[in-house]
Design a binder for this molecule. Structure first.
Ligand code: PGA
Length: 219
């Protein structure tokens, strides 16, 4: 079954999530997961499968402001994003932290989604596979990978299906795992991306806030 992962980022409210889960038309064709800000996870669970957007790399203890994997497990979270390019760039997440986060998640039966993707410069210079390979250093078994070119996130620009297929094959061959595509996915391009070889689903950001768009993708 293909995955439709919805990354709401720092958006949403109690009312907007309630309205979203009441209107989404879930079916057995896709594994739909809603990645919400921490306060909404408890509320959304039971209504839809949930994912977190981040987790502490520490076991529980004196780490003010952090949210641990045990807490995510207790509220029913099944997946967690790791190393999203916004977190790598704005919060300076390191490869060491990502490795620790993956360990914490696995200790609590939460599937990590490791996000990787090249800059526009690396794409232009032709060394994008090397850049992706470097970001894969935190990978371990049973981690899903989301290929999200940085230049495609929130820009409306997307790679050709040939370019997506090349990276998906590269990751699949080396790491033997599920590969998702993310970056400007919308109702116009989703079906095409979902039928690209070696792609096991999509990670949708901006467009995921609109339930009509998601319904048109999953119908
Ligand atoms: P976007 O974001 O769909 O808004 O480009 C994707 C993501 O950052 O996961």
């Amino acid at each position: 079954m293909q995955n439709i992962f919805l990354n709401w980022k720092q958006n949403g409210s109690y009312a907007s999530i309630l309205s979203f889960v009441n209107q989404i038309k879930l079916n057995n064709k896709y594994n739909v997961v809603l990645f919400l800000p921490f306060p909404y996870l408890f509320f959304a669970n039971g209504k839809i499968i949930t994912g977190a957007q981040n987790v502490s790399h520490f076991k529980d203890g004196a780490y003010t402001g952090e949210v641990g994997a045990s807490m995510l497990q207790e509220v029913g979270v099944k997946y967690c994003l790791i190393g999203h390019s916004e977190r790598r760039a704005l919060f300076e997440e390191t490869s060491f932290q990502l490795k620790e986060k993956i360990k914490r998640l696995k200790e609590h039966n939460i599937t990590p989604i490791l996000c990787v993707g090249e800059s526009q410069k690396a794409r232009k210079d032709g060394n994008y596979l090397q850049e992706i390979e470097r970001q894969m250093s935190a990978f371990s078994q049973n981690v899903i990978v989301a290929y999200e070119p940085i230049w495609s996130i929130g820009t409306g620009l997307i790679p050709s299906t040939h370019e997506i297929a090349e990276v998906a094959l590269f990751i699949k061959k080396a790491y033997n795992t599920e590969v998702l595509y993310g970056g400007s996915v919308n109702e116009a391009n989703a079906k095409n991306i979902l039928s690209t070889s070696n792609i096991n689903g999509v990670l949708v950001g901006g467009a995921s806030l609109n339930v009509n768009i998601i319904n048109s993708i999953i119908l």
